[in-house]
Design a protein around this ligand. Structure first.
Ligand SMILES: *[C@@H]1O[C@H](CO)[C@@H](O)[C@H](O)[C@H]1NC(C)=O
Length: 332
């Protein structure tokens, strides 16, 4: 009778441990699949292209209505799929969302080179901005983000720092241009040319707006050859000079040391672009580790119990002995 109850208790407890192990295992699996499956909510695209024009190159094959200055200007910020396609004209009801009056910075840094700028901005918002809205917000926020990114990843400064200056004599190696931008911001851009002259520079940004190497499927317009001309254009007009630092000015953030280094370093580690995104699941990883530890502990404890059970079954004498002892205590 006492032996039976000990047996029952042992079987009960081993059953309990098996259930507990199973539950913990299920928990660990849930957390693991959650950690890998639930990244940031997708805005409906994979990356953004920050596209800048080099006016002297652009205007070498287009009729421009303003003198083309030797200073990169904004073309747009375009949502893109990593497979090379892109969404466009995404928000019927937001397409004609009103824009506030343009700031002097927007007039200087994001001009249409071939027509009235308001129509150009309207087009960029309707075609691309409406698709970026899940990530960047309304039209006002979109314009602000584009201007910020243009300044943050200033191309005049990056190229100038590397000694790549507008020149009406001679070419640069396309690789040198790309390397200069990589040195400044951590990832090489794509280059687009017409007849060997630089027209556009495309930078890929991840969904946290950090530069990244462009996926192989993302292609700019006509590619450049090995050599690129960077013809000298007009001077930046005085009203725009405050917004265009001279070529080779200090990199934004460079004086702050740490910040500049972080900008370069963040994009620089090519395999590193999960860095900040990893913040969210990192508590999960910790939880999984804890669970695995708990699981291991419970498993060891359970195995110990099971072994003890087997020993009891194989050695009836010991069992009787223990039964007697326990019986003795319980039933004097
Ligand atoms: C755009 O969004 C910002 C916040 O992101 C908000 O403050 C602002 O009022 C919005 N503007 C319009 C015109 O809806």
């Amino acid at each position: 009778m006492p032996a039976n109850s000990v047996d029952k208790a042992a079987r009960h407890s081993s059953c309990f441990y098996r259930r507990m192990m199973l539950a913990l295992l299920v928990c660990a699996l849930c957390l693991l699949t959650g950690a890998s499956g639930e990244a940031l909510p997708s805005p409906g695209f994979d990356l953004l292209l920050l596209v800048r024009s080099y006016p002297p190159g652009f205007c070498s094959h287009q009729h421009c209505h303003t003198p083309a200055s030797s200073s990169f200007t904004i073309h747009g910020l375009w949502p893109e799929y990593k497979t090379g396609g892109w969404p466009q004209f995404c928000g019927a009801h937001t397409t004609h969302q009103a824009a506030g009056p343009p700031t002097p910075a927007q007039n200087c840094l994001w001009p249409s080179l071939i027509g009235p700028s308001p129509g150009f901005w309207e087009h960029e918002w309707a075609k691309h901005g409406t698709c970026a809205a899940p990530l960047l917000g309304n039209r006002t926020a979109f314009v602000a983000t584009v201007l910020e990114l243009h300044e943050k990843y200033n191309l005049d400064v990056a190229l100038g720092n590397a000694g790549v200056l507008p020149s009406s004599s001679g070419d640069y190696a396309a690789e040198d241009l790309q390397e200069a931008v990589r040195a400044a911001y951590g990832a090489a851009p794509l280059l687009s040319c017409t007849a060997g002259t630089l027209v556009e520079v495309w930078m890929c940004l991840d969904l946290e707006l950090r530069v990244m190497d462009c996926p192989p499927a993302v292609r700019p317009g006509p590619k450049c050859g090995a050599d690129v001309r960077l013809p000298r254009g007009a001077e930046v007009p005085p009203r725009c000079r405050p917004f265009s630092p001279p070529w080779g000015a200090a990199l934004p953030g460079a004086r702050k040391g740490g910040d500049g280094a972080r900008d370069g370093g963040g994009g620089g580690g090519d395999g590193d672009d999960g860095g900040e995104q990893g913040d969210r699941p990192s508590w999960r990883v910790a939880a999984v580790l804890l669970l695995v530890l708990a699981l291991a502990y419970v498993a060891m404890y359970g195995v110990q119990r099971l072994m003890a059970e087997r020993v009891e079954a194989e050695e009836p004498l010991l069992l009787v002995g223990r039964g007697w002892q326990q019986g003795g205590r319980a039933d004097p």
